[in-house]
Write a protein that binds this ligand. Structure first.
Ligand code: 26Q
Length: 808
């Protein structure tokens, strides 16, 4: 309390009576930060002292979510702070609302990185996260006439109390220019070397963020890089007297960390994006080598000290960068350097969609990073020689496996580069890893079977259960103690309680209170009115055709149609609120049309005085981590309905199950493992399996056949086509309808009937609250496996072999 007032008066420069909510928030944030500071320094010093093997998690995205609640929780200061502020007449919950979440990620991949660094800190693993401090995070989504409109997310407007800038530790990063051969030394000692003369440079300034472990005295670091113009660069121009040009050069450099690219599955091959990737990777390697290793460290021993984990291909340019450092700067010979480089990297793949695999045109890469392109060519030559040696002169195979694609243009396949170099390649769920081995990277898996492994994703129980769901957390802790927060397998101890009517009643009470919280949030934030007495059916994730938001929508339209025609009895229908949350990549036209369609269908259904008593759509704009934290604990039903074989893992699915929602889902990604764990009786499975879907595609899929044969599907699509949801205009949603009827790449129509059947089972099950809540409790009890702590143990055992200090 004294600390808090001091911060308010002396740092924030205000007094209690006149402090704004933002002042109050900043003062409390700084108080917690101060409290964690000495632990942070101790953790760092301990790493320097003991020099253990550690992990550097390289990720272009860290979708952190709000920091205050998590920091208070980790430091065990929540109660003290709440009471102290209450005695000053301040509501801590209100104050926490002032924090703008750092949205430095698109979705699953970025949030996964945030969960992983939380787990690493909690488990006392020497680890550092490296990424980019985007000035603008993921765009803010608004709806205008139901259509998505993007606004910039200037999350730093009010300053961030969680970051520590270290301009004195700036790193110089080079781009462009040319390379030349030269002879180093004389006579017998003479060696041929390559010199890279860059065309331009920028500076990277590190910003450190605390990553507090849960009540274990450990505080790890997340280091995000911000781009600045070099001093030399602007000075030189300045001396020519061109002030405006100097400033322009500065903005040019600073563009590199300006904005997060909002595509999450169809990368656009933009030059600035490649600049971002090399920028943060070059800064991070330099930082690790120069600042985290002791002076004079022999880089031949680098693999003993670090594993660089590559979060998808975005940081893969780190591979030629390390090889360049070892060969050009340290003077190691190529083969020795390559052996070291390979042992320092491991690669995680997050996709199965061919269009999501990153490729960089050789022309672009060579212009921006000429030396790296040469290195990539040499890596490829050596690799293809190895392929020919072991598999004979199979030129088709060689062309398939090459790091360089020849068509439609010469380009570097980053996933191939990563796979060739890495010690380990992992997928993010069992099915996904299997499909990587069997399909996407099959040739590589044949060559190096032992390279391929699986680590099923996980989510942090601290943020997504303990913080987001205090009611459920209290109930669990009362029943089995609080050990589950860092040992989520202990949720198993709840299993017998699923048969205890009193426990189930209290579980339902918690769910209902969570729904009340959500109702309050949606009313306040979006002016959306929903009934907490209804089944809450939730589909939240990025908008993508493979995730099949349209399948959910066709179900809703069918319900609407049947209710309207009297085929379904209003009085005998389980009332539902269908909640959507989804951002579309700004350039993804079809995704944006689907958003508009959802909103238009919602407008019609919600305006119907009769039907809206039992069916409503709520689509709050700008779904983010903060919304997720209130929405997920309130959900009854979790929608995980991607076409089998397309969703690598999913992590929202895990968050819902852990918060006691039942899943309706396909046999895809981690759904497979969720269903195995909770049991078929507590999971609503539907749809084609991956082999079935592959067979249908193989045989020539004809979506219109399903339309012709299924009357209710026909009626639903006809409603859209005839303009029922667009004021009679048939052209508005014609592209969505004709895409489904003509191509339907993700087989929405093929799975429609099966999905409807599953939803009937859902409805039947929901009519029996006792049986439903029994299943819900079993979902909680049986999904402890999906803690990101377990994921980290798997990475440690299968990939990193790093040490653990202290920790939980
Ligand atoms: C790449 C290059 C240029 C511009 C953008 C990108 C880019 C950015 C983000 C490409 C992909 C992403 C994000 C992918 C992602 O979030 N994948 C999801 O990862 C989750 C965590 O493993 C999985 O659970 C999901 O199944 C997967 O879709």
């Amino acid at each position: 309390m004294r600390e808090y007032l001091r911060e308010l008066n002396f740092t924030q420069g205000t007094v209690l009576q006149r402090a704004s909510t933002n002042d109050e928030y900043l003062a409390l944030a700084r108080t917690v930060r101060h409290y964690l500071m000495s632990r942070w320094m101790e953790t760092t010093t301990e790493y320097y002292r003991t020099q253990p093997k550690g992990v550097a998690y390289l990720s272009a995205e860290f979708l952190l979510g709000r920091q205050l609640g998590n920091a208070l929780l980790a430091a065990d200061l929540t109660d003290i702070a709440t009471e102290a502020l209450a005695s000053l007449g301040i509501d801590i919950a209100e104050l926490a609302e002032a924090e703008v979440e750092p949205g430095l990620g698109n979705g699953g991949l970025g949030r996964l990185a945030a969960c992983f660094i939380d787990s690493l800190a909690t488990m006392g693993v020497p680890a550092i996260g490296y990424g980019i401090r985007y000035e603008y995070g993921i765009f803010r989504q608004n709806f205008v006439d139901g259509r998505q409109v993007e606004e910039p997310d200037h999350w730093l407007d009010n300053g961030s109390p969680w970051e520590f800038a270290h301009p004195e530790h700036e790193v110089t990063v080079s781009f462009g220019g040319s390379t030349e051969r030269y002879t180093d030394g004389e006579g017998d000692d003479a060696v041929e070397r390559t010199r890279w003369t860059p065309g331009w440079q920028v500076l990277g300034v590190p910003y450190n963020y605390m990553v507090p472990g849960y009540r274990n005295q450990q505080v790890n670091t997340l280091r995000l890089w911000s781009a600045r113009a070099t001093h030399a660069f602007d000075l030189k121009i300045f001396n020519y007297g061109d002030y405006a040009e100097a400033v322009r050069a500065q903005t040019f450099a600073e563009n590199i960390s300006k904005v997060l690219y909002p595509e999450d599955s169809t990368p656009q091959g933009k030059e600035l994006r490649l600049q971002q990737q090399y920028f943060f990777v070059a800064c991070s390697l330099r930082d690790f080598i120069d600042r985290l290793l002791p002076g004079g460290f022999d880089l031949r021993r680098l693999p003993e000290r670090i594993c660089f984990q590559l979060n998808d291909t975005h940081p893969v340019i780190a591979i030629p960068e390390l090889q360049r450092i070892l060969v050009d700067e340290e003077g190691l010979d190529w083969d020795e350097a390559w052996d070291i480089t390979r042992r320092c990297f491991a690669y995680t793949c997050h996709t199965l969609l061919p269009e999501a695999l990153e490729v960089w045109p050789v022309e672009l890469l060579g212009r921006l990073l000429p030396r790296h392109l040469e290195i990539i060519y040499r890596i490829n030559d050596d690799f293809l020689a190895e392929v020919r040696e072991s598999r004979g002169d199979d030129e088709l195979l060689v062309r398939r496996m090459s790091i360089i694609a020849e068509h439609p243009q010469r380009a570097v396949r980053m996933a191939h580069l990563a796979t060739v170099a890495a010690t380990k390649v992992n997928g993010v769920a069992e099915l996904h890893s299997q499909l990587l081995r069997d399909k996407v990277l099959a040739d590589f898996a044949t060559l190096w079977p032992e390279k391929f492994t699986n680590v099923t994703n996980g989510v942090t129980p601290r943020r997504f259960v303990r913080l987001a769901n205090p009611g459920l957390s209290g109930l669990i802790t009362e029943a089995i103690g609080d050990g589950w927060v860092t040992d989520l397998d202990r949720l198993r101890e709840l299993e017998p309680l699923a048969d205890d009517p009193e426990f189930r009643r209290r579980f339902r009470e918690v769910k209902s209170a969570n729904k009340d919280r959500l109702v309050e949030l949606l009313a306040r934030r979006d002016g959306i009115d929903i009934d907490p007495g209804t089944m809450l059916d939730v589909m939240v994730k990025r908008l993508h055709e493979y995730k099949r938001q349209t399948l959910k929508l066709l179900h809703v339209i069918t319900l609407y149609d049947r209710l309207r025609s009297g085929e379904l009895d209003l009085a005998d229908t389980v009332p539902r609120t269908v909640v959507f949350g989804a951002k579309a990549a700004p350039g993804y036209v079809m995704a944006k049309e689907i958003i508009a369609l959802i909103n238009h269908v919602g407008a019609v259904i919600n305006a119907d005085p009769e039907i809206s008593r039992v069916l409503r759509i709520a689509f709050p704009a700008n779904y983010d981590v903060t919304v997720a934290e209130t929405l997920i604990p309130a959900a009854d039903l979790s929608e995980q309905i991607s076409l089998a074989g397309k969703e690598a893992s999913g992590t929202g699915n895990m968050k819902f199950a852990l918060n006691g929602a039942l899943t309706v889902g396909t046999d895809d990604g981690a759904n497979v493992e969720i269903r195995q764990l909770v049991g078929d009786d507590h999971f609503f499975l539907f749809g084609l399996t991956e082999p079935e879907a592959a067979a249908v595609a193989e045989g020539g899929y004809r979506p219109s056949a399903y339309y012709e044969e299924n009357a209710s599907l026909r009626r639903a699509l006809d409603l859209v086509a005839r303009g029922e949801f667009s004021g009679g205009d048939r052209s508005t949603f014609e592209p969505v309808v004709s895409n489904l009827l003509g191509e339907d790449r993700f087989m929405v129509l093929a799975d429609y009937q099966s999905y409807l059947d599953a939803q009937e089972r859902v409805e039947a099950a929901y009519r029996d609250p006792d049986a439903w809540s029994r299943s819900a409790v079993l979902n909680v009890a049986r999904t402890g496996f999906f803690s990101s702590d377990r994921s980290m143990r798997d990475y440690l055992d299968r990939i990193w072999h790093a040490e653990r200090l202290g920790g939980a």
